[in-house]
Write a protein that binds this ligand. Structure first.
Ligand SMILES: N[C@@H](CCC(=O)N[C@@H](CS)C(=O)NCC(=O)O)C(=O)O
Length: 223
């Protein structure tokens, strides 16, 4: 069986877990805190980052969420998540990169640093200026997501795709860390509540990072 090395608030591991859930691929979770720099983990992924997907029996070790998602798309046909015409697939990949890079860089990464790493690792208070800026930038991203779900059935086009999963993964971590204010973003809020009620999403909502509880609304499907 696949083993997925991850920690509960890694958005890229969440993206992969959502894809594996949608495709009904079995896996077991292995807890990994990449910042601890375990030698065995660096041997699996010289980049020292989660997620890593490993299957000992076949001797297969994969890393980088996008490389792993593309691998699973190529090898498991059911429930394709990068689907449609070549133009549709390019659009799904464009949006996935936008969420993995821009939404993560502007919002999720600063929130993870200020609210998770500083609390659990460095024992420092968060910098409120950095938090304010991340939450301000979150509104810009939510405006764009509002527009996307206003103009098409799902974020990446006509069907659920990796773009929805990548976006929901980043938003869910930002929401856990108290960085999402849904006021004025009804379209995004509705889309996110549909995502939250999917069976692929449910297991993640009950998981907690030790010493860092989520806000009350976090696991509530109706927000
Ligand atoms: N592009 C990579 C990014 C992975 C990444 O940045 N993972 C973070 C955790 S969310 C990490 O392992 N950071 C190293 C650390 O915190 O020391 C992917 O998509 O897998």
């Amino acid at each position: 069986m696949w083993q997925l090395y991850q920690f509960p608030l890694c958005p890229f591991s969440r993206k992969l877990r959502l894809l594996m859930g949608e495709k009904n691929i079995a896996y077991e979770l292995v807890r990994e805190n990449p910042w601890e720099g375990r030698d065995e983990f660096w041997q699996l992924n010289p980049a020292g980052r989660t997620p890593v997907l490993h299957e000992g029996a076949r001797g297969v070790t994969l890393s980088d969420s996008q490389a792993i998602c593309e691998f699973l798309e190529e090898t498991v046909e059911r429930n394709p998540m990068i689907n449609g015409s070549a133009v549709n697939r390019a659009e799904i990949r464009r949006l996935t990169a936008l969420f993995d890079e821009n939404l993560h860089g502007d919002v999720t990464a600063p929130l993870l640093h200020e609210r998770m790493k500083k609390r659990l690792i460095y024992r420092q208070p968060p910098d409120s200026r950095v938090l304010r800026e991340a939450m301000k930038l979150a509104h810009g991203h939510l405006d764009y997501i509002d527009w996307l779900v206003d103009t098409r059935p799902w974020i990446g086009g006509a069907t659920l795709s990796l773009a929805d999963l990548a976006c929901a993964a980043q938003i869910s971590v930002a929401d856990y860390l108290g960085g999402i204010d849904w006021k004025g973003h009804d379209q995004s809020r509705h889309w996110y509540s549909v995502m939250k009620s999917r069976p692929s999403f449910r297991p993640m909502l009950s998981e907690k990072m030790d010493g860092l509880p989520p806000p009350k609304h976090y696991a509530d499907v109706d927000l």
